[in-house]
Design a protein. Sequence first.
Length: 402
Amino acid sequence: MRTHVEEPHRFSNPLVAALRKISARTDLITRLQPRLRKAQAYWNWALSNWELARKADRIRARPVKLSVDPTNVCHLRCPLCPTGQRTIDRPHGHLDLLLFERLLEELGDYLFFMDFFNWGEPLLNTHVETLISRAEARGIICTLSTSLSLPLDDARIHRLVTSGLHEMIVSLDGATQETYAQYRKGGDFSLVCANIAKLVAEKRRLGVTRPLITWQYVVFRHNEHEKDRARELAKQFGVDRICFRAPLLDTERPEIATQERDALISWAPEDRAFRIPRKHPQKSSNTCSWHYMSPAVNADGAVAPCTGVHSRTNDFGTLVPSGNPEGNGERTYMNLVNNANYRSVRDRFAGRSLEPGSSICDACPVPSIKDHHKHLNREIAILTAVTLWRRVIGRQRTRLVE
């Protein structure tokens, strides 16, 4: 299988670029081998978009995507990450299995996607394969993002490949140790490469196409000269794709050390195709789709308004498992998502309330992701179309054989 390369297109003809992108995406989805969801999931998807469009303050739709953090612990010291800077204001811990099971019972039949990552290194939770298996058993597309810079024996590699995981994103921002470690501080380039090789070899040994192995390469000024070498290494390793991404150089975050702030500003790549403006225009009346269809659940059960918010002071509520009668918080997600915090911010975004807000959402730190529903809707439509097409082709081949 060939390795797909994803980066900002440079084709003069937008149609050519779009067709190539669709072709590559279709091939990758075929390797994912997704399953069609039941009718109730598609009905819920339509309902969530309807409630978003009418800016409802109280919602009935379940989310179409869930981001869960298996752990908030990480051994690296990445300078743009609050976990790496050791400024996370939560106790270190792993996601409670009982809480996860309760979420699956309530939401699992409606979800299309589940991300197993956010503020920690998910592979430090040795039970993450169990979480993935239980989600995949319900037909949910499961994605995990990791530095992969930790020792993994053959047994762990086998469990990861056979867990039901659909895609593993490997954060590897360089093609040499010296360059890679400038951002992934404490990371071991050789160890990451060895783990990638093990994963690809195990997939080939078992004759499976998933999980997709995606090499994610965040382009900084200090590593953009190694992009060509990274492309060649990706082909040698046999990963499914390599994605070159622009960095979000949000140097105004308070957890960034003063001595590193000036250095980070100079990290902006010279190639402007990989630059994101530091400031994004924000419309006060705009609606954020995260409040309707895509919650972020932290390792301690707290729910944040989106994956870009990490502080406990900005939580919208906390989920507790039913087996913990002494716990403080909501027993169900639907109760939490319609609490006073959620309803008040929806009212302010819709213009129904003119009272000044104290929520982190009123001064959104990442307004560029407020239209998350566009990405989700596009992915659901493409996944469904490709799955239906594969089913039709499969039936035709069966008839020819008969």
